[in-house]
Design a protein around this ligand. Structure first.
Ligand SMILES: [Cu+2]
Length: 666
């Protein structure tokens, strides 16, 4: 799924990798004179390393012109490439297969890494390295496994030393879709890891080729037309000159060219693998290793050299495997946190638990079931249906995309497809039944904030009720004994769900109309903070990485908030509701003080009402204030924390975020 810029890059990358691999495969089997195992090595490595694999192939291995492969591949750096290729082809295949399987099994990262190492080593040793050696050296398979062990061990250690930290840091980094084999990002991390592993393993391979411990590139020719043979003959001769310093195999091939030609099938049967036939020529770059006729390889590394190199490779491996555990939590698995995308700047330590990551993860765009523009309002009054004298409301949670500004849409947890959720407007004494159906990807509940209720109707998950699972529902039923300004909100993973929009106003008219504190206009203000970065929405929280950058009143940021229109002399009752859950908003009204007439749904006795021009609306608090329009003009209601009246730190049309204009006509 395309949710980040890197996804587009990766799509292009894998198309290029596919094309590169197709070209290398075609060219290998059509033109390039080398053993089949080597052809496959280059094909696999190009699949993993994309255009870089292609680059390595054409620079180091692809026969430039007919008959030139022997001379072309002779330089030590190319032999080192060849040696690294057949290491990486096997190791990386094992590592990638193991990574995909362990991710599917839900094993923790640290076990992943060990399984990957073992699988990579096994693939490398038992398949690529040993088969390659066998085709070169002849002898039995197990002899070659034994001979290959130490070179493969050293090479694999360096390969994994490079690859493991890439996997650890990128998979457990901020975008943990990298842990899911169903995501392009997983394969992107694997590719990047293979590239780094290749680079890490290359120097050791150069040394091992120079010392005759490993083979690099080789040439194997099928009998073909005379012309090609002529070309080869020339090079064989030049090779023979070079062979003066130890490449007997060069000269020997020529002698055997004819017998090979006599086999018209060209089938590389077992007989061709005998080194005495000269079917294969090691072009090993080690001038000093003193190879002997036909075998082309006689290790001359000393035991101290091997021991030291092996020791350093083990150190590098340990560093690559273990060091990342200092920074990232390798005890987590793809099943725990796979797919979660963390906010930029969130501090994730080696001890950050999976639940913390999931709590702060982005709303996954995949979960969105509907998208709404500015024409759709939140806080729309929901009319109940009456069943046996009970007012019945149906609420349904879901993930939506919601416009807070003309060009800004957040991904929200919504009730009945709106933010805030629908306004429930009832009368004191009403019997209400609210059926809540959960269409979120996680469990939820609804709490009726401030109401006196039967305990099992109160809503806190795992305290008074089982959480409502995805797809499940719960019936809340109670009689509203109080009146005033109330609200409802999620009471399951509250810091995530309420911060993503799961709340709504609950206005209860008093049973006796004279108890209502009336005004000419009545306006509800529901507050919320949002964190939206890089096209993704995260639940805003007062912690590192969670700080909000957008702020809304009734689901809109200024200048997309409502304008309240009234006339001089009229009164306006503003019901401030702290529907947000992480921040306090000192809500201020321009143009003179208001009277605070109710707090938390309770009317304040007339003698105790007071004048103010700012009230601190904390999470969960409600203030009903009555303001009089004294003079014509545009008067503001706004939060007095300057950052909360910006949109991503930008002011437009004089502000942003928590700001509403009262337009007073004379
Ligand atoms: Cu504020």
């Amino acid at each position: 799924m395309f949710v980040q810029p890197v996804d587009y890059f990766l799509a292009v990358w894998f198309v290029l990798a596919g094309l590169s691999t197709a070209y290398v495969a075609w060219d290998q089997f059509r033109n390039n004179p080398e053993p089949v195992v080597m052809k496959w090595g280059f094909i696999l490595v190009t699949l993993y390393m994309g255009p870089l694999g292609l680059l390595i192939y054409v620079l180091a291995d692809k026969e430039p012109r007919p008959g030139e492969h022997e001379a072309f591949t002779k330089p030590l750096w190319k032999q080192g490439v060849g040696s690294t290729i057949h290491c990486v082809a096997g190791d990386a295949t094992g590592i990638i297969l193991a990574a995909a399987i362990t991710a599917a099994l839900g094993l923790p990262m640290w076990i992943d890494l060990i399984v990957e190492y073992v699988a990579g080593f096994a693939f490398g040793l038992f398949i690529f390295q040993s088969l390659f050696m066998k085709s070169m050296m002849g002898g039995t398979y197990w002899e070659n496994v034994r001979k290959s062990f130490m070179p493969e061990f050293i090479s694999m250690n360096f390969m994994m030393a490079g690859m493991a930290p890439i996997m650890s840091f990128l998979m457990m980094g901020s975008d943990m879709r990298a842990m899911e084999p169903t995501e392009l990002l997983f394969w992107g991390v694997m590719s990047f890891g293979v590239i780094v592993g290749f680079i890490a393993a290359y120097p050791a391979n150069v040394w091992m080729v120079a010392r005759g411990l490993k083979h690099g590139l080789m040439t194997e020719r099928e009998p073909e037309c005379d012309k090609a043979r002529e070309g080869r003959r020339e090079h064989a001769h030049s090779g023979a000159k070079a062979g003066m310093v130890g490449h007997h195999a060069y000269a020997r091939l020529d002698e055997h060219a004819n017998p090979r030609h006599a086999n018209p099938s060209g089938n590389p049967g077992p007989g061709h693998h005998g080194s005495g036939h000269g079917s294969f020529r090691g072009n090993g770059g080690g001038e000093s290793r003193g190879s002997h006729g036909g075998h082309g390889m006689e290790p001359d590394a000393t035991v101290p050299q091997l021991a030291a190199f092996g020791g350093v490779s083990v150190l590098a491996l340990a560093l690559g495997m273990i060091a990342p555990a200092n920074w990232v939590n390798l005890t987590l698995s793809a099943r725990d946190v796979g797919g979660a995308i963390m906010p930029p700047g969130m501090i994730m330590d080696r001890d950050t638990p999976a639940a913390a990551m999931l709590d702060m993860a982005a709303v996954h765009p995949r979960e969105i079931s509907a998208s709404y523009g500015l024409e759709v309002r939140g806080d729309r009054r929901l009319e109940p249906r009456i069943e046996g004298g009970v007012k019945v409301f149906d609420l349904e949670t879901s993930v939506i995309r919601w416009a807070i500004l003309p060009d800004v849409r957040v991904d929200a947890y919504a009730i009945n497809g709106q933010v805030p959720g629908p306004r429930l407007h009832i009368r004191q004494g009403d019997r209400v039944r609210i059926n809540v159906t959960n269409r979120l990807p996680e469990s939820t509940t609804i709490h009726w904030h401030g109401l006196i209720l039967p305990n099992e109707m109160d809503g806190p998950a795992e305290i008074t009720q089982e959480p409502i699972p995805p797809g499940g529902s719960y019936r809340y039923e109670f009689t509203a004994g109080q009146s005033g300004t109330y609200f409802y909100h999620s009471h399951d993973h509250v810091d995530r769900q309420q911060a993503l929009g799961l709340y709504g106003a609950l206005i209860i008219d008093p049973a006796a109309p004279q108890d209502e504190i009336t005004a000419d206009h009545d306006y509800v203000i529901q507050l919320q903070e949002w964190l939206m970065r890089e096209g993704l929405t995260f639940p805003a929280m007062p912690m590192d990485g969670g700080q909000p950058n957008y702020f809304t009143i009734n689901g809109r940021a200024y200048p997309s908030t409502d304008t309240i229109r009234m006339k001089v002399g009229e009164t306006l009752k503003v019901r401030f509701i702290g529907t947000n859950n992480g921040f306090i908003h000192p809500m201020h009204i321009h143009g003179g003080p208001f009277e605070v007439v109710a707090r938390d749904g309770e009317n304040i006795p007339e003698s105790a009402r007071f004048l103010a021009d700012t009230v601190n609306v904390g999470p969960g608090q409600r203030y009903d204030v009555v303001w009089q329009a004294r003079r014509p003009g545009k008067w503001l209601i706004h939060c007095h924390i300057g950052h909360h009246t910006t949109n991503n730190n930008v002011e437009e049309k004089g502000g942003g975020g928590l700001m509403v204009v009262i337009d007073v006509q004379s």
